[in-house]
Structures are given as structure tokens and as C-alpha cells.
Design a protein around this ligand. Sequence first.
Ligand code: ADP
Ligand code: GLC
Length: 483
Amino acid sequence: MRILFLSSEVAPYSKTGGLGDVSGTLPGVLAERGHEVVVLTPRYATVPKEGLSLRGTLWLHFPFGAQWAEIWETRAGNLRTLFVHQPAYFERAGFYAEGGVEYADNHRRFAFFSMAALSAAQMLGLCPQVVHLNEWQTCLAALALKRGYESTQLGQAKTLLTIHNLAYQGIFPSWAVEELGLPWELFSPDGFEFWGQMSFLKTGLVFADALSTVSRRYAQEIQTAEYGFGLDGILRKRSNVLRGILNGIDSKLWNPAEDTFLPARYSKEDLSGKEACSQALLKRFELSSAPKRPPIFGMVGRMVEQKGIDLVLGAIPKLVEAGARMVIVGTGEQRYEQAFRELAGRFPKQVGVFIGFDENLSHNVEAGSDFFMMPSKFEPCGLNQLYSLRYGAIPVVRAVGGLEDSVVDASGEGVVDEVSTGIKFHEFSLEAFEAALRRALGLFEKPKVLLAMRKRAMGLDFSWDCAAKEYEALYESLLEAAP
Ligand code: ADP
Ligand code: GLC
């Protein structure tokens, strides 16, 4: 199949979270499986031009700002990655925001990106059968293919929109309709209007031929008022075309047996290297390991409400009291960053904090931790718990979204069973999280049970093969569907 894949983040070129990981891996896996895949993404300041070749310059007709874009390309086998280069929009210090403040022209930047992506496809004579969109940043392409491109070959392509996180919707004041030159008749509840504003994501939900999200559980949750962020109505309406496909992981990049970021490597057959990683992590953060090797609780992630940061902050003093050590790596809201810095200052020998984005460190936290904390308020898929399972860091998770779908709870304290891979709790409360952490501490006292659970977790297969097949089947069903 010929697939065009649009994403505002593609690792290793750009990444703020899991979207970058997914867009950096899935297209390559599909290409390896024999499909012709072209990825389109902005050329941010993080993407050097060396190694890329210029494919042409486009002129776009927008009622605002920059009108041209250069298209740069890199190829690997069946996979082509095209970068939309327009320095005024994309060569900035951040991807979406700077100093915690969203760029005021994000509606223009990503309308521009989406239109330039389609225009590039046309210029290069690509004839995709499927256009796979991701997140609100690419949603205007779904509308443009139906209104504007409908009489072209490109307009015959079927569109799939994958929702990675419903909390991010791309909502702008109604004047954005005028500014972007969009048709006012679509500014209605059946179109892209959302409580008096213009919604990019809703545009995609209405105009894409099919919708998917990144776990089965989340596909159900977003159809409820509790997790639907105001869009549950339209999602229920379109539930016949909505699917949940659990993300995979890049099992070459995230493999403790070959991970060159680590001071020692290990596998489920021989975990001695993991202990070396734990010791190195304690040392790196200058945490004490006296009087005996303490349990280590890790966390890596965006410091935003979604991730249950309030619960982690609340639980740390009791974990310290219980003799545990914590290593926290992340960046995000300033109030959270500040709160973690304060805790590290208060407990310098027990709590290690790194505020910032550090790929190397994220691998070292997975490898060095005994337990990995993800008490998320909601979690569409979550990749960190999948990395944790692979690295034998037992995930302590709230039973939502992809966390619910990928972790099997040890039912009861340190129970010996054949299937459990982690610890789950249900209610979003400090009490429930603390009870789960107590179960983790109990498990640490039973090394044999813990080891068996680690090995089980490390033996699971979360590679992309399975998910890639599901996407293939979904693309195929779209092509078979009546026009
Ligand atoms: P989300 O996409 O909601 O942020 P995921 O668990 O799906 O959550 O993916 C997060 C990805 O981003 C993981 O690869 C994680 O290691 C990475 N990540 C998040 N914050 C940081 C950070 N501060 N440093 C390094 N990697 C990070
Ligand atoms: C989002 C979600 C996360 C998911 C990722 C990749 O950022 O918050 O749960 O794993 O996208 O799909």
C-alpha cells in the first residue's frame, strides 16, 4: 500500500513524548513490511539539513504570513521522510511552546504544515491510498482532502486519524476561521465549531474516514463524559469507525541486552547487569544505599496533571520514611518542576530529580529502577510502562487506558501466580496510590517472587509487529469500503 503519514513529531528528529516515538517507529515497520511509506513532518531547528536533499519549493495561498515552503527529504529503503521547511514557523526554540507559553500562532503554523504536506505530495506526484493523520496538528488535511482536493487523485485517498491524546485539541478563537480562510458554513456543531471556538481536532473527527486511538480501553473511555473532554458525543456518533490499537515499542532501541546508554547490559536469563544499573543510578544522583540496598522507584515523563504528578508528590514523604529511593526525570509545568526540586532539597539522600529532557537518562532510569510509577489520571497508551516491563522495572500504574490494557495486576500482596507483571490501583486518590506503593514495598521483601515477576514482564512481546498488522488490516478495510 502507499501510505502518507503526517505527524508534528518524529523521533529522533523531534520528540516531546510518545507521539514522537510512535511516528519514529511505526512508519519504518510498515515500510519493512513492504509498504511505500512517506512521512511528512515540520523541519524544526532540531533537524540538521546535512544528509537531507532539497526536493522543491512550494507556494501556498493563505490569507496570512509565509507563503512558501521547501521540501527536504531523507530515504531509508521503502521509507521516505519529507520535511516541511519554513523557518519563520518552525525554526524556533520549542516545538509548540516556549517557557511554558504556547506559541500564539500555532493555528497558522499547523494549518500551514498540513496544507504544505498535501501540496508536497501533489508536487512529488505521490498517489497515496491512505493518508494517516496524527493529532490535531494534522487535522485540517482531513478537511482539505474532502473540500479542495476532492476532484484530484490525492482526494481519492482514505483518511485515518489517530488520536494520541484527546486532551490536546487545538482550539482557537472563532477569528481563526477567517484567518485560515476556512468556510464559515462549517462553523456549526456538525462542523468544526466547539463551544463558540474553532477546533482542529473536531475537524478531524468529523472529516476523517476512520478514527483510531492508541489502546482498546482508551477507545471506550473517550466515549464517556468522564474521559471525553467534551468530544464524547461525536466519538459515540462515530464509534462504528473508531478502533483502539495498542502502540508497540521500538524493541531494538529499548532492549536492555543491547542498550548502549547503560553502564551494564542484562537479559531475563541473567539480571546481574540490572543490579549494576541500579547501583550506578544511586551513585549518579548521590543517593544513599545504606544500611542496605533500598528499593528504587523511578518516573520519567511530562510533568503535567495527566500523569498524576500530584499523587507522586504526595506519596514521596511516606516512601522516604519507608526507606525507598526515588529518581524523577521530567519537564513540564513550572509548579511541578519547582515542587520536585524542593523535595530533592528536603531529602537529598533519598530523592534524585532531573528537570529537563534527556534520552540517555530515561533509559538509565528504566534500567536502574525496581519499580516505575505511572499513577496517571488518564493514559491513552503510555509507552513508559512498556519500556518498564521490558527493563524489569515493575510498573505501579493506575488502571486506565493503555495502562489497564498492558499491565497484569499481582492480585494480592506478593502473590505467587503465573501472569502478573505489575501493580495496579483504581481510584485516583493518594490513599489508593499509597496502598499500591505499599504492595510494591512488600514485593521488594520477597526477592524470589519479585524476580519471577521481572522475568515474566521482560519476556513479553510489545514489539510493533502486532500493532503494524492491525494498522494494515485497518487500512485495507478502508480501501475496501464503498466510496
Ligand atoms: P506521553 O506521550 O503522554 O508523554 P508516553 O509514555 O507515551 O507519554 O511517552 C513518553 C515518551 O517520552 C517516552 O519515550 C519517555 O521516555 C519520553 N520522555 C518524557 N519525558 C522525558 C524526559 N524528561 N526525558 C527523556 N525522555 C522523556
Ligand atoms: C500521547 C499519550 C500517551 C501515548 C502517546 C503515543 O502523548 O499521552 O499515552 O502513549 O501519545 O501514542
